[in-house]
Design a protein around this ligand. Structure first.
Ligand code: PHE
Length: 341
């Protein structure tokens, strides 16, 4: 009996090694291990043996059955071409899938949008090719006003019916202020992260196409205190710590009073370094209480409502957050730069 079992085992293993087709291995499985299979038959006949022998042969038979089954499975895997566990070396280091990286500007944008949405602000968008009206006139900057020279505007070389050049690349995100007021009325809370354009000489701190985030908050009894609170909240969120801000008087025709907001330099901690030109402070942007003329242009009653607005350099925020020293890197498409974020 023992011999018979060993013989079957050798026979089967030998046969398996020659098999090349799935159907053959299936047939072999049935022939030996099936319900009426040869090995099954032998094992079934064990009941006719004496106690001792039954035990011994039973053990041997089951072991042989297991070995055959293993060989069959192995063959099946070989035929189907799948990787089996024996082909996998779990100790090999994995191959990292290449995934893209977010531009640091996008990282800051996502954080800002999350924060402002959580404070009940809308996220707005506006045209980059803007009319002279929304970019200047509605913001209390009439034609020939000297304040137009504050920003080096790209005018579009196309006259309207009246013979005026009335299209510009927006020089700031502020035109969306009046668009938002006209569309949504008061009370209103919103932010506009967007691109702006100025005819600047490009260097490490200046780009002709740069990014701003405009914030607009209109309600009854809004004051500079609200402005300060929101600015501080925003900067703390981005820099993940309390940030000291400083507010100075500034001039922008669309706000009264107009303010300039500085933030203590995160790179040197306020002691003074090349990034902050040794002053310890960085200019983040303009702000102020919305001028009544601008509220009126937005069809909002300045007697009833007041509001604040600010427009900060969004690329400057990202530069400070990540310690980036050259503004041109953001739009350089340089993978060595982008892969770091
Ligand atoms: N739009 C101004 C600029 O880009 C900044 C600003 C926004 C100032 C809102 C006041 C209020 O220079």
């Amino acid at each position: 009996m023992k011999n018979e079992l060993q013989k079957i085992k050798e026979e089967v293993i030998n046969k398996i090694s020659k098999i090349k087709k799935e159907i053959d291995i299936n047939n072999l499985e049935i022939k030996y291990l099936g319900r009426k299979g040869e090995l099954t038959k032998i094992l079934r006949n064990l009941k006719n043996l004496g106690e001792e022998q039954k035990k011994e042969m039973g053990r041997l038979g089951n072991q042989i059955k297991k070995e055959i089954r293993k060989e069959i499975e192995r063959k099946k895997e070989d035929i189907s071409g799948y990787f089996s566990s024996r082909d996998i070396d779990v100790s090999l280091p994995g191959v990292k899938a290449e995934i893209g990286h977010l531009n640091p500007l996008t990282i800051v944008q996502n954080e800002l949008e999350e924060l402002f949405t959580s404070m009940g602000f809308m996220i707005l968008d506006g045209p980059e090719l803007e009319s002279d009206y929304y970019c200047f006139e509605a913001l209390n900057i009439p034609k020939n006003h000297p304040a137009r020279d504050m920003q080096d505007t790209f005018y579009i070389d196309k006259k309207n019916k009246e013979g005026d050049y009335d299209l510009v690349m927006r020089t700031h995100t502020s035109p969306v202020q009046v668009r938002a007021m006209q569309k949504y009325g008061a009370p209103f809370r919103g932010v506009v992260p967007g691109r702006a354009f100025r005819n600047e000489a490009v260097d490490a701190c200046h780009e002709h196409s740069f990014f701003q985030i405009e914030c607009l908050f209109i309600d009854e009894d809004i004051s500079v205190a609200n402005l300060k609170a929101v600015v501080r909240e925003m900067l703390s969120k981005i820099f993940e710590k309390d940030v000291t801000i400083r507010i100075r008087p500034g001039f922008f025709p669309f706000v009264e009073p107009g303010l300039e907001v500085d933030m203590s330099c995160t790179i040197c901690g306020g002691r003074g370094c090349p990034s902050c030109k040794n002053t310890g402070w960085l200019e983040m942007g303009g702000a102020g209480m919305i001028h009544p003329n601008v509220l009126r242009a937005g069809k909002i009653d300045p007697e009833k409502y007041s509001g604040f607005a600010f427009g900060f350099g969004w690329d400057r925020l990202a530069m400070m957050k990540f310690g980036i020293s050259d503004i041109r890197l953001f739009q350089s498409n340089n993978l060595k730069f982008l892969n770091q974020f």
